[in-house]
Write a protein that binds this ligand. Sequence first.
Ligand code: PLP
Length: 462
Amino acid sequence: MDPRSALPSVDRLLRRPEATHLIAHHGRDTVLGMLRGLLQARRMAAGRGEPADGDGVLEECAARLAAQARPSLRAVLNLTGTVNHTNLGRALLSRPAAEAAFQAMVSATNLEYDLDRGARGDRDCHVEALICRLTGAEAATVVNNNAAAVLLMLNTLALGQEVVVSRGELVEIGGAFRVPEVMARAGCRLQEVGATNRTHLRDFANAVNAETAAFMKVHASNYAIEGFTAEVPQADLAALARRHGLPLLIDLGSGSLLDLDAFGLPPEPTARQAIRDGADAVTFSGDKLLGGPQCGIIAGARALVDRMRANPLKRALRVDKIILTALGATLQAHADPERARAEIPTLRLLTRPQDEIRALADRLCPPVRAALSGRAEVAVIDCLSQIGSGARPVDLLPSAGLAFSETGAVPVARIAQGFRALPLPVVGRVHKGRFLLDLRCLEDEAAFLAQLDQLDFGRAGG
Ligand SMILES: *Cc1c(COP(=O)(O)O)cnc(C)c1O
């Protein structure tokens, strides 16, 4: 007998109650297409003499359709120890910011409509006053991210001209943002001055010529130069720029709006300090230390910001109503530092005390150990978290977590893979032969515990 005759027909499968269920969920054509494909594969296997029958075709169909229907981009638990992880989407929005964004998503808004005058308005006006209050700037505008902010600023103020930058600040930010390359794309020429470790005021003074459009400083966020170093104090550079009638532009990178020192965190230059010390325009990210949505903020002198707003590139780089409402709510929370720390996840997680994290690790260790049932060893450890997304990697935050080691049954990579394969994927890191979960960013303890019984180290991969 032809082994292929053991396979059920599509019609017979479709009459089964499980199939009715799948059709209600995924649509008839999708189920039909998937079943035909699966049966075809089994017929071919049978044709090659491999054993084939109809068992489990519907189950396999259901599993594949469920996998297809699962969104590609979804929530994960970031237990990597890097709080603002660029690959994991950087800042988490505060509840008020997310709720404001949701309202804007599902309704018409006064995005570019002046409700007092009943006439066309400007989308920047919803956040400009807030940014100005928090930074001391005269004017502000918002674009897609900080890279876009730098691009718009340079393209507006230095197209076809030279911008003077210290060699020590020609940084590359992860994900291929290199200051010299962005400058080139903005249409301006880079005039590098000084040496990698030392740049002096006279280097800037000597570089000025008829083609010079601006001085620029880039906050060297993701590395530290140590030893025999010299950097020009910003106030001195500002004074020199003013003498030559040039603007001083600063890419602050993370650019906190609050004094992080007061929270016991490594200090970051604030936009307010930079403007007070003579910057004519500063740019910074919305989703780094600000803890808001992805965007880039430009704050500075009214005349310069007005020119940037009038640049046609602004139209291409502008943000939408969702971002502006989320940013507005995030900025509102910054009016009071304690409110900001409580409300904004980035600040709350960065300032979470180690004792609290260790207590969490102590609570989680026994149920995790039980769920592992000997497939791996687990222990509570002290560890160090990173701020992430460009904040100095030398500044680490004492934290705690769980460390998993092999017992021989399951390799460490497979343990990591097992956690990533959970319905709410758990992302940790492998360090010195162990798999680590830094619990600093775990706020939903119940969600973590609820899926432990689904841990499966059996699948290949990782
Ligand atoms: C992060 C960073 C950028 C890029 O900002 P995005 O918001 O990611 O576009 C640019 N410059 C510096 C100094 C940075 O730290």
